[in-house]
Ligand binder design. Structure first.
Ligand code: ADP
Ligand code: MG
Length: 601
């Protein structure tokens, strides 16, 4: 057990808990029917039980709910759970009720009468758990009602929603910070599957957590081999068809960037396998049907849009393919996490090229209008309270641009809309908005750099999430660790010029190790004998052969953090000979060259 989080001094503030560790085990069996804790659950439960505030980051399915439910029961009284989705609430309440635990929920899907009955039970102290939607706290009198009988624990589920850095930013979550103080002194546990260190900081600050303990665990998936391949958009469908033509690589989920891409690709795949498209443009009935058939194994593959969140929990998915660069590492991790839930070897293939970054940049510009546009809107509100329609008419913007800009202003406190009237807000919206937009860009940049960096893919992701208990070992199965296991990438032996370049690189590093890639290029290839892209290919080959290690670094210039890569000598670089297993990727420029030659022949 992690002693650090369970110091003796905490036991004195332990108000209502069983003293002996075995009591938690007993509760685990008697209330939940589980014979043992999963990795880290016990440490978290003990910290919460001891009254500490906690930020818990574990992947989906790791068992986060238990980390508030068990200490909630151990502490006695009522645990208040704030949850963003009605379906999640209903599901949790039903599960708890099935275990004989008194749980209720209050959300917009319930009648006033039912909600009132739940409040009554809460005030009578008859509930172990009360689940509420965050927007409830806006209902006059509701926070006061809660405060009349304070909860003994507060759990904020899907806590990334609170952070404007998170990919699911929810306005109502933002208000939690204002309401939680009156529910104290209960400890608060914030739970999420997708929080980077920036999001964790935001969660802790927004909820005003008190010296929170952070638990960030379980991000390494040992049975998913990630493979990232550069292919132009026109080449990707062919790769997908070839890869999935092998029955051992199905069932599969393919993520396509747009609905029409998903439809087209599904059509192409349908010539050889049973497949269906799945996206938000289809009726609920069709989607339900597709999902059911996939779960039952009647279709072998789903081609889905990334924008559409799927509740698919199918254990034997063998392959997840992305046919375009995702916008964030968080999203990517979540999506590939649907592979290999049964623990058997699985593959995650990502097809991308520089054009993907341009497309993302285009959408970013569209979804996050220039600050000046927002600023112009607020100028019309200098003195007046305007009907929304009048404001729109004054602004003279295309309706969708106006709608997006207004939405951003509302989120960041630049304007307040109430009963169809708009007035100027008091918030310092400008810097908040610009920070959010910069953050989106940064996330995209991190994703691009992740895809470009020839470093163990799993290790790279685990480091991104700041996993605390990770081994730090390369995964041994991704395209960088095990090139021969690749299903889409092809490699070739290095040409004489590439061998010569590799030799010069290793010599230069023996002289001065850890050079930045740009510096290395300037130092060694000032004669123009190797362009930057070719250098990256040679470095990739050396990294895969374990002769060099590439690591991220950054420097700060004018307040802006600028990331770059450094190259270090690694295991097999010490002799004077080049590693014999050095392989260069069969990049698409070269393949197009071959195709052209064949076409001419
Ligand atoms: P998360 O919120 O992290 O996505 P859940 O809390 O919904 O995950 O748990 C996922 C599943 O794991 C649930 O079916 C839950 O009952 C099960 N589970 C959690 N902890 C344990 C445990 N210690 N032993 C066995 N099953 C567990
Ligand atoms: Mg959960």
């Amino acid at each position: 057990m992690n002693r650090e989080i369970w110091p003796e001094s905490l036991r004195s503030i332990d108000r209502c808990s069983p003293e002996r560790p075995s009591d938690l085990h007993a509760l685990l069996e008697s209330h939940f029917g589980f014979s043992s804790f999963r990795s880290q659950q016990e440490d978290v439960c003990r910290a919460v039980l001891a009254g500490k505030d906690v930020v818990l980051v574990m992947p989906t399915g790791a068992g986060k709910s238990l980390c508030y439910q068990l200490p909630g029961i151990a502490r006695g009284g009522t645990t208040l759970v704030i949850s963003p989705l009605i379906a999640l609430m209903e599901d949790q309440v039903a599960q708890l009720a099935a275990r004989g635990i008194a749980a209720e929920r209050i959300h917009s899907g319930r009648s006033r009468l039912d909600s009132r009955a739940s409040c009554k039970r809460y005030l009578e102290g008859a509930l172990d758990f009360l689940f509420i939607a965050p927007e409830r706290l806006r209902v006059p009198g509701f926070p006061e009602m809660l405060a009349r009988r304070k909860p003994t624990l507060v759990a904020v589920d899907e806590a990334h929603c609170i952070s404007q850095w998170g990919h699911d930013f929810r306005r109502d979550y933002r208000m939690l910070g204002a309401h939680l103080p009156r529910l104290r002194p209960a400890p608060i546990i914030a739970l999420t599957a997708t929080a980077t260190p920036a999001v964790q900081n935001d969660i802790a600050a927004e909820l005003a957590l008190c010296a929170p303990l952070r638990f960030i665990h379980g991000f390494r998936r040992t049975n998913i081999g990630v493979e990232i391949v550069t292919r132009s958009p026109s080449e990707r469908a062919r790769v997908v068809c070839r890869v999935l033509g092998d029955g051992g690589r199905r069932p599969a989920i393919v993520y396509a960037p747009t609905r029409s891409n998903a439809e087209d690709l599904a059509k192409e795949l349908s010539r050889s396998i049973s497949v269906a498209a799945y996206h938000a443009g289809l009726s609920a009935e069709v989607r339900e049907n597709v999902q059911q058939q996939f779960l039952e194994g009647k279709i072998d593959c789903i081609v889905a849009t990334i924008a559409f969140g799927m509740g698919i929990d199918k254990a034997n998915v063998r392959t997840v393919i992305h046919t375009a660069l995702p916008a964030t590492i968080e999203g990517y991790y979540q999506e590939i996490g649907r592979a290999g839930r049964d623990g058997k070897p699985s593959r995650a293939l990502l097809l991308h090229s520089p054009v993907d970054t341009k497309i993302h940049a285009f959408f970013l510009e569209r979804d996050y209008p220039q600050t000046e546009i927002l600023s112009d809107i607020t100028k019309h509100l200098a003195h007046d309270n305007l009907p929304l329609g009048d404001l729109e008419a004054h602004c003279n913007l295309a309706p969708e641009i106006f709608a997006r800009a207004l939405d951003k202003l509302i989120v960041h406190g630049g304007v307040v809309v109430e009963g169809g009237m708009v007035r100027a807000g008091t918030g310092n919206w400008r810097s908040a908005y610009e920070r959010q937009r910069d953050h989106k860009r940064e996330q995209l940049d991190k994703m691009r750099r992740f895809a470009d960096k020839p470093m163990c893919r799993m290790l790279s992701m685990v480091e991104h999430f700041g996993d605390q208990n990770d081994t730090g070992e390369p995964c041994g199965i991704c395209d960088v660790c095990a090139p021969t296991a690749c299903i889409a990438e092809s490699f070739r032996a290095p040409r004489a010029a590439e061998q010569a370049a590799a030799t010069r690189i290793l010599e230069a590093l023996r002289e001065r190790d850890g050079r930045a890639v740009g510096q290395l290029h300037r130092d060694v290839f000032a004669d123009g004998s190797l362009d930057r892209r070719a250098l990256e290919h040679v470095l990739g080959a050396l990294a895969r052969a374990n002769a060099v290690r590439i690591a991220s670094d950054s420097f700060v210039k004018d307040g802006v953090t600028i990331p770059f890569f450094r190259v270090w000598l690694a295991g097999k670089s010490h002799g004077s000979a080049l590693p014999s297993d050095m392989r260069i990727v069969g990049d698409s420029a070269q393949r197009t060259g071959k195709v052209r030659r064949r076409a001419r022949a």
